[in-house]
Design a protein around this ligand. Structure first.
Ligand SMILES: Cc1cc2nc3c(=O)[nH]c(=O)nc-3n(C[C@H](O)[C@H](O)[C@H](O)COP(=O)(O)O)c2cc1C
Length: 298
């Protein structure tokens, strides 16, 4: 384990480790305006949602490590306490990157990046027309974490109006992650696209109260075949199938019956083979079947 005290290395180096590890991070593409009316558009991956009543978003334009100056976005929200947080998808990722260029104060990155200004309804900064979602916000508070290069400036925002492009919605009007096609920032120059195999579902454990890994039989808990993900899936069930259900499953499953017969005098191998089979079902999302198989030898 590489263990680092942030005080022992330079801010720039620690920044690299933090951003490499705290990833992927969503990207707030923030449009702001100064008191003279100049528009600014810049991306910030120190960003997230923190609550929905009131809907709260925080992002952080940090002090520049290079020369300890502050970013135009921060200057703007100190002048005009409004911002639109636009969400970035794959179609606009290169334009977003271009907009992160350190242009001179007063330069409009909508123009530089070729993105389109759409008028907001309740705040002065425009939103990005191409963005799949945009949040019009009032800046409630700015918390500065220090006066040295690299210091965070937490801009705490309340969402007062939200826009979602209909083309990211599913038939129920919910946001479809595949249609959203969001991108996120990793360390260095790396990005991540939330689509294809990168997206997967896990049943929420809050809907039921899983039995927990501690309630699994030792042979399952300590199996070298199961991963941590596998045993967590097994521990996420509320109750195990009954002995009757397991017996009925066996009568319908010739392959399993054959395996149990073939390896009945080779118990260690049998356990391994059963675990391999259960693992295949777990990874296909069939936790109930995985349990039916495991119960044959428990
Ligand atoms: C994807 C991405 C994420 C970024 N995240 C941050 C961030 O969270 N905080 C920050 O200070 N700068 C961040 N930057 C750099 C700023 O976008 C860059 O300094 C920009 O020029 C600031 O513009 P401004 O001075 O007009 O506000 C990020 C850049 C990119 C490309």
């Amino acid at each position: 384990m590489l263990t680092i005290n942030p005080k022992d290395i330079s801010t720039g180096e620690f920044h690299g480790y933090m951003l490499g590890a705290i990833a992927p991070r969503p990207i707030a593409f923030a449009s702001t305006i100064d008191k003279a009316g100049n528009v600014n558009l810049s991306p910030f991956s120190f960003f997230n949602a923190f609550g929905s009543n009131p809907p709260t978003i925080i992002f952080s334009p940090a002090r520049r490590v290079r020369d300890n100056t502050i970013k135009h976005t921060l200057e703007n929200v100190m002048e005009v306490d409004e911002v639109v947080i636009n969400i970035v998808n794959y179609n606009m990722v290169e334009q977003m990157s271009l907009a992160s260029t350190e242009y001179d104060k007063g330069v409009n990155e909508f123009v530089k990046s070729g993105l389109t200004e759409a008028p907001s309804s309740l705040v002065k900064p425009p939103r990005v027309l191409e963005a799949p979602a945009a949040f019009e916000c009032k800046v409630k508070q700015i918390i500065s974490m220090g006066d040295q290069g690299g210091a965070a400036n937490l801009i705490i925002c309340e969402v007062i109006l939200a826009h979602f492009n209909e083309n990211i919605l599913d038939a129920d009007g919910k946001i479809d992650p595949f249609k959203l096609d969001a991108v996120a920032r990793m360390g260095g120059d790396w990005y991540c696209r939330a689509n294809g195999d990168a997206l997967f579902e896990i049943p929420k454990p809050v809907r039921n109260k899983g039995i927990g890994v501690d309630a699994l039989p030792q042979s399952v808990r300590e199996s070298v075949i199961f991963t941590g993900n596998n045993i967590a899936r097994l521990g996420n069930v509320e109750q195990l199938p009954s002995a009757e259900q397991a017996a009925a499953y066996l009568t319908e499953n010739a392959e399993l019956k054959e395996l149990l017969t073939r390896l009945k005098n080779d118990p260690e191998n049998l356990i391994d083979q059963i675990h391999v089979l259960a693992k295949q079902h777990l990874e296909a999302g069939n936790v109930n079947e995985a349990w039916m198989i495991l119960l044959q030898i428990l």
